[in-house]
Design a protein around this ligand. Sequence first.
Ligand code: 13P
Ligand code: SF4
Length: 332
Amino acid sequence: MIDVSETHPAGSPVAGVRPARPPAHVDALSREILELKRKHNAVILAHNYQVGEIQDVADYVGDSLGLSQQAARTGADVIVFCGVHFMAETAKILNPGKRVILPDMDAGCSLEESCPAAKLRALQETNPNFYTIAYINCSAEVKALSDVICTSGNAVKIVQAAPKDRDLLFVPDENLGAWVMEQTGRPMRLWKGNCYVHVEWTHESITRIRREHPDAPLVAHPECTRAVRMLADEVCSTERMVTYCRNSPATHLIIATEAGMLHRLQRECPGKQFIPAPTSHCRCNECRFMKMNTLEKLRDCMASLGPALELPQEILTRARAPIERMLEISAR
Ligand code: 13P
Ligand code: SF4
């Protein structure tokens, strides 16, 4: 359990999974990053799963929806995206004329990998009445083949807004898709993809931790399996987790999502205690892709302004429409 009433200096361990680094080293790197940010008129956008020391230098920390909204409205010349590749790609699609850089070009996502564009196209060809709703955790090529994009924060709203006379095809997360079907009552054909981190939590491991902390509500991400979701008091996106935990009268909460979230929750809800939900094997609830980004790589990419995202013009154009449709429906 993490005592969040303690102060956590930059570089301190998050959820007990990361060794502390000398604060002076972290401070020096952070200062360098902030200077580079001013020099290049850059904005640093970071996902809630980034290591704490990256979250602490970011201009904005949030979920996929919040990050897309920020990317859509930024006036900065350079967007530094601390998340995974598909998130930086989304920022590039929304800002084709801007330089979008990321600390590690290889930071992928198991959901993105599960859905190659050619396979999706082949499935779409079997039914011209398909209306394809793609979870934002997919490649730009898959976005370009989709009618609308969604995130975990707006998936219910997006599905509710889908045309009633079409057959819904939801890609690539079968768990998020199943949860949205439960919420909306709308049948959908689900792609068989999942997040390798979120499927690690099991009914048994969650039941055990709930017995140990009977008064602590369980908050779970919709990428978790149904066996876990059915035990949760709240199923929501990472950003809504912040609101739920802030508003909850509970002083202890069990969190079933990636470990970086605990750093954000500690900052936003001082005085509360967050218990990382254990998996059946270990407490290894880290996304290896999200954790490829480090403060050093962030500094290096801002110093060299690379690696930078580049996408073919045709993909940029075709992928933009379904993202804009999502942003428009979200704002209603
Ligand atoms: P959120 O949009 O809820 O932050 O989720 C992103 C993600 O990758 C979850 O694994
Ligand atoms: Fe992808 Fe899962 Fe990592 Fe999120 S936590 S980026 S869904 S692999």
